[in-house]
Design a protein around this ligand. Structure first.
Ligand code: IMP
Length: 191
């Protein structure tokens, strides 16, 4: 089956194609020559994932899915959450986003946080399915490591000494929010 992934990020497509295997061909919006940014105006990760998947399903009429991820910090009521990409300002700077989280947690001991990914899949007949992946951990007091992206340098997953920015991509994909949500989608597609 051909499945559209409602993203223009070819790295994500590559990773997911790897997990899905040969049975399904994952096409990105770039493969379909769709270059406009998709709207994400909802107040939850699930809402945004559904909004993007519904748009693509209506436009192309094929099975498709979309993902949305947020960092949820316990002590600041789940912020930055759905606003993770632009938490520190509209320019979407990873540095500014991390600086704002660090400043909000200054002098605070409870640094529990989790990354959460919601995936919305719409099958050929238009039925909607939601999948969730969570990775729990804590926010450090400073940035450590050069790998990854986003909030990786300030997030240490439970059970590890390293931040996401220090772990190999292979390990990160195995334990990460997105990796877990994708595994659930892959299991569903295989069933
Ligand atoms: P998206 O929904 O995958 O585009 O993610 C939204 C925002 O969450 C990104 O712009 C990043 O700031 C953050 N984010 C998502 N996934 C990760 C991750 O694996 N590590 C660190 N930050 C992430």
């Amino acid at each position: 089956m051909h499945i559209i992934f409602a993203t223009q990020n070819q790295n994500k497509v590559f990773e997911i194609q790897n997990q899905v295997g040969k049975e399904h061909a994952i096409e990105s919006l770039l493969d379909l020559n769709y270059l406009d940014e998709l709207e994400e105006t909802q107040e939850t990760l699930e809402g945004n994932a559904l909004q993007k998947a519904r748009f693509v399903y209506q436009k192309f009429g094929k099975a498709c899915f979309s993902d949305d991820t947020g960092l949820e910090v316990e002590l600041i009521n789940g912020e930055p959450g759905v606003y993770s990409a632009r938490y520190g300002g509209p320019e979407k700077s990873f540095e500014k986003n991390m600086d704002l989280v660090l400043s909000k947690l200054e002098g605070i001991d409870n640094r529990k946080a989790q990354f959460r990914t919601a995936i919305a899949f719409i099958d050929e007949r238009g039925k909607e399915h939601l999948f969730e992946g969570i990775c729990k951990g804590e926010i450090l007091k400073e940035k450590i490591g050069d790998g990854g992206f986003g909030y990786d340098p300030i997030f240490r997953p439970d059970g590890f000494q390293e931040t996401f920015a220090q772990l190999s991509l292979e390990i990160k994909n195995k334990i990460s929010h997105r990796g877990l949500a994708v595994s659930k989608l892959v299991e569903f597609l295989k069933a």
